[in-house]
Design a protein around this ligand. Structure first.
Ligand code: NAD
Ligand code: UDP
Length: 326
C-alpha cells in the first residue's frame, strides 16, 4: 500500500538510504533536511522521480505537510564531532524537532518513528545492553546535548503516545555505517577508511581497546521497515544493531587488511565521556520483528570501502583530496 511518507534528515547518510527503500517499495516520499550534515548529492539520483520531493526546512521550527501518514524522524547530526559543534542547536533539533514532528503526527493521524540511539545507555555498566537498562549518561558533559536530547525525545514520544494516542515506533540504533557516510563525518569507520585509502595515519583515540558493534546500513533499513509495518502495539524502544563486537583497534586492523594500506596507527587522547564498551542485546528485535542483521562486518566494510574508493577517484579527478580527520 502506498503511503505519504515524510523522512526528516532525508538527505543524510541513513535518511537517503531510507528514501531509496521507500521509493522502491512504492511510497510517496518527502525528504526534509536543513543540510547541516546531509547533502543534496545523497538524494540527487531521486530528483525527477514522480513520488519524491526534497524540502529545505529545520525541524526545530514547526512545519505542515498535508496528508502525511508515516513519519521517520531522523533529523539530527549523528557524529560526535558534528553534534558538538553547535550543542544548543543539537538539543533543539532533538527536543523541539520531536515536539514539532509529534504535533504534525497528531494533526495528520500519522504513525511516527524516532531514530533513537544506543547513546541512551551512555557509558554503560551493563553489557551487552538490553532495552531495560536505564543507562549511565553524564547530563552536563560534551555528549549530553545528543544523549540527553535523544533521551528527552524518547520521553516526548511516549508521553504523546500515552496522552494523545499518537502511534509511535522507537528503534535504538547502534553504530551504523555504509556508503554515503560523509568523508569528513568524523566517525570511526569513515575516518579510518579515508585515512587508509589516503595513506594517512590512522587516528586511534585512547588505546583502542574501547568496543563498538557495527551494523551495515541495509540491515538497519530492513529493521526500520519491519518496525513500521509491525502492529501498533509494537512501539519499542527496541535495540537495532549488529551484536558482533570489536575493539576500535581491531576495526583499524580489518580496514588496513581490506584496503592493503600501509598507514600507521597513531594514538591520541580519548574524548571526554567516550563509552568504554557498547554492544546491543537484540533478543527483542529477534522475537518481535523476526529481525537480525545479515551483513557481516567484513562484507559491509568491503562495500563501504568500494564506495569511498569510487568517491576518492571522482574527488581527486576534480583536483581535491578528502579532508578526513575528526
Ligand atoms: P547524518 O548526520 O548523516 O544525518 C542527519 C541528517 O539530519 C542530515 O542530513 C542533516 O543535515 C539533517 N539535520 C540535522 N539537523 C537538522 C534539523 N534541525 N532539521 C532538519 N534536518 C536536520 O547522520 P545519520 O548517521 O544518517 O543519522 C540519522 C539519524 O539516526 C540521526 O537522528 C542519528 O541520531 C540517528 N542515529 C544514527 C546512528 C549511526 O550510527 N549512524 C546511531 C544512532 C542513531
Ligand atoms: N574513534 C577513534 N578514531 C577516530 C574516530 C573515532 O578511535 O578517528 C573512536 C571513538 O573514540 C570511539 C569509537 O571510535 O571510541 C567510535 O566513535 P564514533 O565517533 O564513530 O561513534 P560513537 O560510538 O563514539 O558515537
Amino acid at each position: 500500500m502506498t503511503t505519504r511518507t515524510l523522512v526528516t534528515g532525508g538527505a543524510g547518510f541513513i535518511g537517503s538510504h531510507l528514501c531509496d527503500r521507500l521509493i522502491a517499495d512504492g511510497h510517496d516520499v518527502t525528504a526534509l533536511d536543513n543540510f547541516f550534515t546531509g547533502s543534496e548529492a545523497n538524494v540527487a539520483h531521486l530528483y525527477g522521480h514522480g513520488r519524491f520531493r526534497l524540502v529545505r526546512h529545520d525541524v526545530s521550527t514547526p512545519v505542515d505537510i498535508e496528508g502525511v501518514e508515516t513519519i521517520y524522524n531522523l533529523a539530527c547530526p549523528a557524529s560526535p564531532v558534528h553534534y558538538q559543534l553547535d550543542p544548543v542547536q543539537t538539543v533543539k533539533s532533538n527536543v523541539l524537532g520531536a515536539v514539532n514532528m509529534l504535533d504534525l503526527a497528531r494533526r495528520t493521524n500519522a504513525t511516527i518513528l524516532q531514530a533513537s540511539t544506543s547513546e541512551i545507555y551512555g557509558d554503560p555498566v551493563v553489557h551487552p545492553q538490553p532495552e531495560s537498562y536505564r543507562g549511565n549518561v553524564n547530563p552536563i558533559g560534551p555528549r549530553a546535548c545528543y544523549d540527553e536530547g535523544k533521551r528527552c525525545a524518547e520521553t516526548l514520544f511516549f508521553d504523546y503516545h500515552r496522552q494523545h494516542g499518537v502511534r509511535v515506533k522507537v528503534p535504538r540504533i547502534f553504530n551504523t555505517y555504509g556508503p554515503r557516510m560523509s568523508p569528513n563525518d568524523g566517525r570511526v569507520v569513515s575516518n579510518f577508511i579515508v585515512q587508509a585509502l589516503n595513506g594517512d595515519d590512522i587516528t586511534i583515540y585512547g588505546d583502542g581497546s574501547q568496543t563498538r558493534a557495527f551494523c551495515y546500513v541495509d540491515d538497519l533499513i530492513d529493521a526500520f521497515v519491519l518496525l513500521m509495518e509491525a502492529a501498533d502495539a509494537v512501539t519499542g524502544p527496541i535495540n537495532i544493531g549488529n551484536p558482533y563486537e570489536v575493539s576500535v583497534k581491531e576495526l583499524a586492523g580489518l580496514i588496513l587488511e581490506i584496503t592493503e594500506s600501509r598507514s600507521k596507527l597513531v594514538y591520541t587522547g580519548l574524548p571526554v565521556d567516550d563509552p568504554v564498551q557498547r554492544c546491543p542485546d537484540i533478543s527483542l528485535a529477534r522475537d518481535v520483528l523476526g529481525w537480525e542483521p545479515k551483513v557481516s562486518l567484513q562484507e559491509g566494510l568491503y562495500q563501504t570501502i568500494e564506495y569511498f574508493e569510487r568517491s576518492l577517484t571522482v574527488t581527486s579527478t576534480m583536483g581535491e583530496g578528502f579532508g578526513g580527520g575528526a
